[in-house]
Design a protein around this ligand. Sequence first.
Ligand SMILES: *[C@@H]1O[C@H](CO)[C@@H](O)[C@H](O)[C@H]1NC(C)=O
Length: 430
Amino acid sequence: MEVIALIAIVSSVILGALIAFIAFGSYFNKRKSEVVSIANPNELNSKNSRPQQTKKSQSKPHHHSHADKDSNKRHHPLDLNTLKGHGDSVNGLCFSSDGHSLATACDDGVIRVFKLDDASSKSFKFLRINLPAAGGHPTAVAFVDDSSSIAVASQNLTGASLYMYGEDKPKGGDTKQQSKPEIKWEHHNVHDKKYILTLFGTKATHGSADGSTIIASSSEGTDIILWHGKSGKMLGNVDTNQLKNNMATLSPNGRFIAAAAFTADVKVWEIVYSKDSSVKEVTKVMQLKGHKSAVTWLCFTPDSERIITASKDGSIRVWNINVRYQLDEDPKTLKVFPIPLLDSKGTTLQYDRLSISPDGKILAATHGSLLQWLSAETGEVLETADKAHDGDITDIAWAPKPIPVGDKRVTILATSSVDKKVKLWAAPTL
Ligand SMILES: *[C@@H]1O[C@H](CO)[C@@H](O)[C@H](O)[C@H]1NC(C)=O
């Protein structure tokens, strides 16, 4: 009797789970297929927005390794190249300040530092850094000072760690002989058990700062920690008090920290440097009020005077933060653009990532596997790659300086994805 009842219960549980599984599966499939972008990329491509290097890349296909299963996929005209060799999902990437090195954080436990001497190369040399076995998965990377030092965030079951790898430069200018990067400093359980969502580094040049790299790590909780890149010294920490962080970044001059979090307002802190260029204090100075829902991502403009935010409320806002906050002057919204992405029901979709080009003119933004370029001035869509990757895009970054492509120099955006690839894209023409 009891056995029969038990079998009946177990089989109804299994049946229930199966139904739920099928229902959810089709729900998620449906959601994925519902993305509709407003601007038709085909229309745009046929107009004047063709990049200079398109001709070359079409007449001489450099996607040699595309002879695999993606060879029949339509090739987007801005798609320049793919960096292969990643064994798993790529979680984050970062360019060195000279633009010639691109570091990636991969779930296979390896940091790769690619040399981008020519973005159209058939293959790229890369330096391989294996994280310590106990270190877990690297989640984010940031260069420190120059391309020979790199900070890495990683996650294992115990918590988040930070490692800084540095190379001792070979003496006597012998550039052929490359030394192996070694761990220069490491910190464990830096955000308790919490995951490090973002790691941003910049050379602090504001006020009496001496130009050394500072790094902000943001956890999935509410804390943000500021680090000195070379020494690993903790310089300060702040709490957003906004339930959950989405990300945090630094102004390019190292003066401000800004965070996007679960609630709509964006908090901005100022890093105050002492005469000896150490950090005196980190204090909250501004709050950007205007969005009606969570800010998913934000970026500073290259001049450190504006912040661009993308929100779940369906809008992008450009804020002027060059205000006298000491006199309680609030940052003003300079522009509001609707996010030009709708699902099939006409609901505006959110951007997951946002990054502005080094000249401050083009905004790159992502939603799932879609990549879009907008005019930062007007919000107009310049180009869309509907399926930039075969899975969600995890990170985007512009090279700080143009990179050689054949005999030209091209402004380049890099994207990483769960599809184990990193792609390089040429900037659309304005
Ligand atoms: C996580 O990493 C830390 C630092 O390397 C290490 O001490 C700890 O044992 C690791 N935990 C696991 C579960 O591997």
